[in-house]
Ligand binder design. Structure first.
Ligand code: SF4
Length: 241
């Protein structure tokens, strides 16, 4: 998504040609290297580094990360919400979407933003959330075996309004590109850190992010509209194993 927006929205706002922009994504995920080359992505991302590779490069350059001063992101689209941070944990994408869905559908402020039922490293988590008239049934799976179990359940006729599936144990925090060693204890620490970051953020909802609002107002237009669909959505085909 960021690659697609960098080469369209960012390019347009800064009078740049997309060919002159090189997008490097730093990811917890080795599969993103494949994703960058998918024809459906049409060159949105040029290079992918895993977090492990970047950490190694930082060490090789002799940079001591712990002594660096914290700074803000660069300003263009440089504000992130707690909802974005929790994407790294299993259940985080679901929780971020539930926060936004609740407020946009009901028009009411969500008092407690923490959807505890979808948090944690349990393989399959299920919950029901009352959103206005709708009792939303949701399921979250992490780790391939659990993803398969949940998919079989759905194939067997179980119905949900919303499912989140993460291939890696614990979600992206346990991703194949993350620093090693990774074990259950380390994943638990990463999980705690992610929710701590979210808790301490003033901005915790994606739909309140001023840059996201501006992006839709100035460029994408309607949510889920033609332009947003073209730039932010994809489709999948069977590729075999
Ligand atoms: S869960 Fe794993 S495979 Fe899926 S996006 Fe995250 S790191 Fe990549």
């Amino acid at each position: 998504m960021f690659g697609a927006l960098a080469k369209s929205y960012y390019a347009e706002k800064n009078n740049l040609s997309p060919e002159d922009i090189v997008v490097v994504s730093v990811m917890p995920c080795t599969a993103k290297k494949f994703e960058a080359y998918r024809p459906e992505m049409a060159g949105d991302v040029d290079y992918v580094l895993t977090t492990r590779e970047l950490a190694r490069m930082i060490k090789m350059a002799g940079i001591d990360m712990t002594s660096l001063e914290e700074t803000e992101f660069d300003s263009f689209m440089g504000v992130s919400s707690g909802a974005a941070d929790i994407f790294g944990a299993s259940g985080g994408v679901m929780e971020a979407a539930l926060r936004t869905a609740f407020e946009l559908i009901t028009g009411e402020k969500l008092e407690n933003l923490d959807f505890e039922a979808v948090r944690g490293t349990t393989g399959i988590k299920e919950t029901e959330v009352q959103i206005g008239e709708l009792k939303l049934k949701a399921a979250v799976a992490n780790g391939l075996a659990n993803v398969r179990k949940l998919m079989e359940k759905i194939k067997g006729g179980e119905e949900y309004h919303f499912v989140e599936l993460m291939a890696c144990p614990g979600g992206c925090l346990g991703g194949g590109g993350q620093p090693i060693p990774t074990n259950a204890e380390i994943r638990e620490e990463r999980l705690k850190a992610i929710y701590e970051i979210d808790k301490n953020k003033k901005l915790r909802n994606s739909h309140e992010n001023p840059y996201i609002k501006k992006l839709y107002d100035d460029y994408l237009g309607e949510q889920g509209g033609h332009k947003a669909h073209g730039l932010l959505h994809t489709h999948y085909i069977p590729r075999g194993l």
